[in-house]
Design a protein around this ligand. Structure first.
Ligand SMILES: C[S@@+](CC[C@H](N)C(=O)[O-])C[C@H]1O[C@@H](n2cnc3c(N)ncnc32)[C@H](O)[C@@H]1O
Length: 210
């Protein structure tokens, strides 16, 4: 990356101003050892949620609620976020963040469990937006499930899709990077999806189901 590009990336990541609610959620993430989305991704999620006017959203990987709050802030007041996490302490922190953000309880459905077990129980073609930010080893499965869950016109967003700039380097072949490379290929090859790779954060792969 040229020095100018690096500077522009840092500049863009530094633009969002986050309020007390998000800063507290980030603090809880840190205490729990959860890697929350970057400020640039946080802002992009709110914009995508607002642009899609999604009513039904699935999040895979609640963490301490940073991404959930950002999604909910962009969604219409009637939208419901279903968020899945296998760690009960993370889910508790996410619920606290939703409460701090003044989100009514009936707008969030928090599900404790492994996403690979939970996702097959969710209804086909019923969701407007799916956000993936959990265990990378399972991303290919999550993408497959997301395509099943999404309505036509629904949006898929995959966080960390460039894996700290490792995906673009073919010499790097560790398991996580290889999986994320395969995820990118699978999304681009899927005729049901149109996609774009955004360089926000660690890469945000955005796709729409035709
Ligand atoms: C990177 S963090 C999510 C951060 C969150 N999206 C945010 O920005 O606030 C990944 C989360 O995925 C959860 N996770 C890991 N493996 C999982 C699995 N198999 N099923 C469901 N959740 C899982 C972890 O407990 C963790 O909370």
């Amino acid at each position: 990356m040229s020095a100018d590009k690096q500077t522009s990336w840092s500049y863009a990541e530094g633009l969002p101003t986050e309020d007390e609610v998000l800063l507290r959620a980030r603090e809880r993430s840190f205490e729990l050892g959860v890697a929350s989305i970057s400020p640039g991704v946080a802002a992009a999620l709110t914009v995508c949620a607002a642009a899609t006017k999604a009513q039904t959203v699935v999040e895979i990987g609640s963490g301490a609620g940073v991404s959930g709050v950002c999604l909910l802030r962009g969604l219409p007041d009637t939208a419901v976020l279903t968020t899945i996490d296998s760690d009960v302490d993370h889910l508790r922190a996410a619920r606290e963040a939703f409460h701090d953000a003044g989100i009514p309880g009936n707008r969030t459905r928090t599900i404790s469990g492994r996403a690979a077990d939970v996702l097959p129980r969710l209804t086909d073609n019923a969701y407007d937006l799916v956000f993936i930010d959990a265990d990378k080893q399972s991303y290919l499965n999550y993408v497959e499930q997301a395509v099943r869950l999404l309505k036509r016109g629904g949006t898929l967003i995959i966080n960390d899709a460039l894996d700290q700039d490792r995906v673009s380097d073919p010499a790097i072949r560790n398991e996580t990077t290889t999986i994320l490379r395969q995820v990118g290929k699978a999304v681009r090859a899927n005729k049901q999806l149109v996609s774009a790779m955004l360089t926000t954060g660690n890469g945000l792969l955005v796709a729409v189901k035709r």
